[in-house]
Ligand binder design. Sequence first.
Ligand code: ADP
Ligand code: ASP
Ligand code: MG
Length: 448
Amino acid sequence: MKFGGTSVGTAERMEQVIELAAESAGQSQVVVVLSAMSGVTNALIAGAEHALVGNMDAANAEVDIIASKHNRTIESLFGKLSSAAELSDEIAARLADLKILYKGISYLGELSKRSLDAVSGMGELMSSAIVAKLAGKKGIKAEWLDARQFIITDDTFGRANPRWDKLTAKTKQVLSPLAGTGTIAITQGFIGATESGAYTTLGRGGSDYSASIIGVATDAKEIQIWTDVDGMMTADPRIIANAKVLPAVSFQEASELAYFGAKVLHPLTIKPAVEKKIPVRILNTMRPKEPGTLITETVDSNDFVRAIASKKKITTIFISSPKMLMSHGFLAKIFAVFDKYQTSIDTIATSEISVALTIDSAEFLTDIVEELGEYGDVRTLEDAAIVSVVGRQYRTQSGIAGRVFSCLKDLNIVVISGGASDINLSFVVASADADQAIKRLHAEFFPQ
Ligand code: ADP
Ligand code: ASP
Ligand code: MG
């Protein structure tokens, strides 16, 4: 059971979390995977960025915000109990470490991905400590586990990959003593460590991924993602107020939606679950009686369009080379450049002498553009958005593309990518047009 930032965002929510976990612990062995309290990861990162430019006042102000958020929660959950003092001391010790890290970043004027992982993972350690103590107060059997002891990853700081060879055995070793005891394991999402003990993170939003990693390592019956909405919906409810919950979604549809922007699920969550066919359920912590969304291997549905997602802040690159007319090897050379910079391409459209493609990591954009320059004219469009219409049997259905593009007539569509998969039709627009495109598509395919 993974609970996101909003689900552990207040004292009251934390009570709900531990009660939900206790209910399930009556039937199954439960591992609770927690995010940081909402806003805390952002504050930790903001503090590091202030420290980097030497603004220690602003960095320390972030520490104060984080301290008071946790202390307020502790106070309201434990009042004058001795556990309140214990927890406050623990939070104070973590934040003292944080201040040391900020000071180091500021002295050196350097913020490596490795340092940022040590900083940004602290929120999960604090939220999980509070929830574990809360279990104790309520007489619920629970044990706090440090995820860095068993979520063993490689050293790709900032988006580390699980080292399955080490991780599976370690996770089983840590969890098996709790089997059959009714004890809830309480641990952190998002964080791990390399074999030699360096702290890593799985990337922003990575607590979902932690839950599925633990689920797979322990052959879980089900992976539950508890969040602040009723399930996976036909569109982001923040854009479409009347978006509908999808009761059942296939692994493939869920991956596609998550990858193309449905933030409710981290894009890698489904990947491990697919291999072992472990169902993933999305549920609402605030409305636990709602059925949520069940993600499994196959799903029957008569709807050809299932949901619409968008991914903003992507970069589109256009490469055009008249020299390449009727010659071969153009695409191979271009792809080799992206491979060299370990930058994955999301969508692509080609003509005889031109290629348009999108990337979401602009980290190496300058180098990539420079190297691509050897093969032709290169233009970039930053601040673009991919809009994806995810459905089924696109190749055998006529009229879907017609309906998609006719309702977007007056919007400037920069790139179109479809046909590669039977379930996804994507196109690129300026970020400013993305919400408008989603509203029109939602009204077209999901009329009320
Ligand atoms: P958590 O903190 O629980 O991990 P997130 O903020 O990461 O929660 O993800 C939940 C949010 O995802 C929702 O509040 C919603 O705005 C957003 N979202 C985007 N697309 C979708 C979608 N298709 N279905 C449901 N939620 C979506
Ligand atoms: N706390 C982390 C983040 O905000 C991980 C997560 O919540 O999934 O990115
Ligand atoms: Mg999330």
